[in-house]
Design a binder for this molecule. Structure first.
Ligand SMILES: Cc1cc2nc3c(=O)[nH]c(=O)nc-3n(C[C@H](O)[C@H](O)[C@H](O)COP(=O)(O)OP(=O)(O)OC[C@H]3O[C@@H](n4cnc5c(N)ncnc54)[C@H](O)[C@@H]3O)c2cc1C
Length: 471
């Protein structure tokens, strides 16, 4: 079997070599002949169609160490799959040895210390499910099937970030397998440079096998959900969004979405497929306060659907999952914003009006709050000045529609980027966004990250990522 080396050459992986690796593993070793190989290599974004040479489905840290050592011994290209949700498909590379962590989904909660230890193959929903047993939560994203590993290592924002920062700001420690196959623990007290770099610099330095997250009291009941209006109301609804978001306390997070209505049961059938505007809200503090905070949204105009109610936090975490299924074709463009200007709203409405697929959307996420309060020494996440982030999200099914949908997203981005802070979110970068965009995402942290890279991965063995090795 042929496999890719780090230098881009090919070598033969002989049956003896594979048997040798297999004997060191507890989890399965998959080759293209194995039934599970296809499922393992396929990612959330169906635009990505790459074939690793072999897949190690790791069952624990020892399997990760064995995989990293084998790759090093034979100079193989290595890639790491956490939740497989990266839009650019950075979990998989042609000819590589892929470490698939998706069997490592354990979560242990220490209620007294308010810390959750989560294995790196967890999806967001795995962590919320276990922490909410105790009425606790950490900061995670909006879709429960996203992988914690990629999200955390690149930043991570969601319903709780305005209170407590990026996901990565709330990591207390990580277990990391280094390029030579050793296990180290990184925290503020141990390997502090590595700890700083991993929090924003992604998988550039090693394979993280477990995360310790700080937990906070949340729910179990919160006020959250969506209210929707016909797209003709978009100017007034975005003005409401702008006004409420500017005054919102950290407990309240607001998101505006413009898209064709999905066939959701809470939206009347006659609107399915028609353009709508919706506000997504989460008030993560006391439900009584939450009801007062979202009252202006519920009372606004004549909504066509309203599911903004008291509900379990874990239910809110899954509310949007059906809109982002694995296996569609996706293409995104994003920028951080310093604020919401009326001219930006006009542009958002104009480009939402040109959406070419029933699944695409333009989304404005509110940031601010605690995200802006940490300094650059805390973690390598850039863009601490960002108050919002927009995502032009192209999503469609037929491959023959690729060009049309990509062109729509690029045209919208072309106009909307006039409002950008100049920075962008590293976890939203697509396949065609290279070093310039990585620099825009990491900002001034890039130089210090390159030093950490030189110290921890001088041979750039971990390169299937947003790579920061000097060119
Ligand atoms: C539907 C959807 C919703 C999203 N919502 C949000 C959101 O609300 N908030 C937000 O901040 N982001 C969000 N994102 C973006 C998300 O943060 C990124 O897609 C992230 O890369 C997903 O992580 P993953 O583990 O699933 O990715 P993967 O594709 O598995 O991996 C992504 C990158 O991380 C590296 N990596 C993975 N695991 C490890 C590891 N254990 N050690 C070292 N490196 C590793 C991989 O090598 C790869 O380079 C969303 C993405 C999608 C598709």
């Amino acid at each position: 079997m042929r496999a890719a080396t780090l230098e881009g050459a090919e070598i033969d992986l002989t049956p003896d070599m594979l048997t040798g690796l297999k004997m060191q593993l507890q989890g399965p070793l998959l080759t293209p002949d194995d039934a599970d190989y296809e499922a393992s290599r396929h990612l959330w974004n169906a635009m990505i169609d790459r074939r690793p040479a072999v897949v190690v489905r790791c069952l624990g840290v020892a399997d990760v160490m064995a995989g990293v050592r084998f790759a090093r011994e034979h100079d193989l290209l290595l890639c790491i799959k956490g939740g497989g949700h990266n839009i650019a498909g950075l979990a998989v590379a042609d000819g590589a040895l892929m470490l698939d962590l998706s069997l490592m989904r354990g979560v242990w909660v220490d209620r007294e210390r308010r810390v959750a230890h989560a294995q790196a193959g967890c999806e967001l929903g795995d962590v919320d499910r276990e922490t909410q047993v105790h009425g606790l939560a950490t900061v995670l994203g909006f879709i429960s099937t996203t992988g914690i590993a990629g999200l955390t290592l690149g930043g991570g924002f969601g319903y709780l970030s305005r209170r407590w920062g990026y996901t990565t700001d709330n990591v207390l420690g990580m277990e990391v397998v280094t390029p030579d196959g050793q296990l180290v623990h990184a925290s503020a007290d141990e390997h502090a440079d590595l700890f700083w770099g991993l929090r924003g610099g992604g998988g550039n330095f090693g394979v993280v096998t477990g995360f310790d997250y700080q937990l906070y009291s949340v729910g179990p009941e919160i006020v959250g959900g969506l209210v929707a209006w016909p797209a003709s109301e978009a100017p007034a609804v975005l003005e409401l969004y702008r006004r409420l978001a500017e005054q919102a306390p950290p407990e309240l997070t607001l998101v505006a979405l413009l898209r064709p209505a999905p066939p959701a049961p809470w939206l009347p059938k006659e609107y399915h497929g028609k353009p709508i505007v919706a506000l997504l809200a989460c008030y993560s503090g006391e439900p009584e306060e939450g009801e007062a905070a979202v009252a202006p949204i519920k009372a606004f105009g004549q909504p066509i659907g309203d599911v903004l109610v008291r509900r379990p936090y874990v239910q809110l975490q899954k509310l949007l999952d059906a809109t982002q299924p694995k296996g569609r074709r996706y293409y995104w463009k994003s920028e951080y914003l310093p604020g919401i200007e009326p001219a930006l709203c006009d542009m958002v409405i104009e480009h939402a009006g040109r959406i070419r697929s029933p699944h695409s959307a333009v989304i404005l996420f509110q940031l601010g709050g605690a995200l802006n309060r940490f300094d650059d020494d805390h973690s390598a996440v850039g863009n601490r000045d960002a108050r919002y982030v927009f995502n032009v999200g192209g999503a469609w099914e037929p491959p023959e529609d690729d060009a049309t949908n990509i062109a729509w997203a690029r045209e919208a981005w072309h106009d909307l980027k006039a409002f950008s802070t100049g920075g962008t979110y590293i976890n939203f970068l697509t396949e065609d966004e290279g070093p310039e965009r990585i620099a825009a995402a990491l900002g001034p942290a890039l130089g210090r990250l390159a030093e950490v890279k030189r110290r921890w991965d001088p041979d750039n063995r971990f390169r299937v990522n947003r790579n920061i090795a000097p060119g």
